[in-house]
Design a protein around this ligand. Structure first.
Ligand code: FE2
Ligand code: FE2
Length: 277
């Protein structure tokens, strides 16, 4: 397969996804998504990863005038979400960064100067002119500053790492996966991203999922899954089954070296990684 590039596609009303399928040995592909909300005050949700900067900036420029971009909503500060933050902030001088106090602290520790920041906590709301965006903590996450958002106008839930899935094959719409594939691969992703799920009480977990159910999103836009419209109940049922499973355990050094030795250099993926298949 050719090296993936960032592609911009419509994902929901007023919403584009900028998607990159990141090949990971033994797993397949992990989608790395950012989103643009074409609101009265345009919003970018996350900034991709640095290795795909040129593609990311080109795709972003196609779907939004960077001079008009008003908000950069960072769901959290992992490298797959902040990779092009500085480039975007430089190219979008009227955009203000949304994060939490913890997110701001982590950015500072990375040496990122953080003027132009708005601190917003789960439970708070941002008015972007023609709609409100509600900040919330998603059910699963891998960083304490994680803040998802719900667009009440389009009923889209931007769920950060939550509701993610590993992909065995490149897929651009969750509807292309069988229910069995989606179930198995969401459980695998959840065990990778939220290893604490083995300690979670099922009753409390159900209440947590009910909070998402109460929002009744039409579309779930995970940072790590193809856009998923009209299957929110299926996604919630899959996350319900993710509780109690043991954390993901990746290959150790010996297993990784054995894996790499089976892959000709010409078939190696990004950064010398073995291609997943
Ligand atoms: Fe993350
Ligand atoms: Fe992530």
């Amino acid at each position: 397969m050719e090296r993936s590039v960032v592609e911009a596609r419509a994902a929901a009303p007023d919403t584009h996804v900028l998607s990159y399928l990141y090949p990971v040995p033994t797993l397949g592909f992990v989608p790395i998504n950012a989103f643009v909300i074409q609101a009265q005050e345009p919003v970018l949700v996350d900034t991709g990863h640095v290795a795909a900067r040129d593609e990311y900036m080109a795709a972003l420029s196609k779907v939004v005038d960077l001079g008009e971009l008003r908000w950069i909503w960072l769901t959290h500060t992992d490298p797959d979400h902040v990779g092009n933050l500085l480039a975007v902030m430089a190219a979008a001088p009227n955009a203000r960064l949304i994060t939490t106090f913890l997110g701001l602290g982590k950015l500072s520790l990375m040496g990122i100067r953080t003027e132009r920041v708005l601190l917003l906590n789960p439970g708070q709301v941002l008015d972007i002119g023609d709609r409100l965006l509600s900040a919330l903590r998603p059910p699963t996450y891998d960083a304490p500053e994680t803040t998802a958002l719900f667009d009440e106008k389009t009923r889209s839930l931007f769920s950060a790492d939550s509701f993610g899935t590993v992909l065995a094959e490149p897929v651009v719409d969750a509807a292309a996966l069988t229910p069995e594939q989606l179930h198995a691969n969401m459980l695998l992703w959840s065990a990778i991203d939220s290893p604490w799920l083995e300690h979670v009480d099922m009753q409390r977990w159900s209440a947590c999922l009910d909070a998402v159910r109460a929002l009744a999103p039409d579309t779930v836009l995970s940072s790590h899954a193809p856009p998923a419209s009209g299957i929110t109940e299926t996604l919630l049922a899959n996350l319900a089954d993710a509780v109690g499973q043991p954390p993901y355990r990746g290959p150790d050094q010996a297993a990784m070296e054995a894996l790499m030795s089976t892959v000709p250099p010409s078939e190696a993926g990004m950064h010398g990684q073995a291609h997943p298949r």
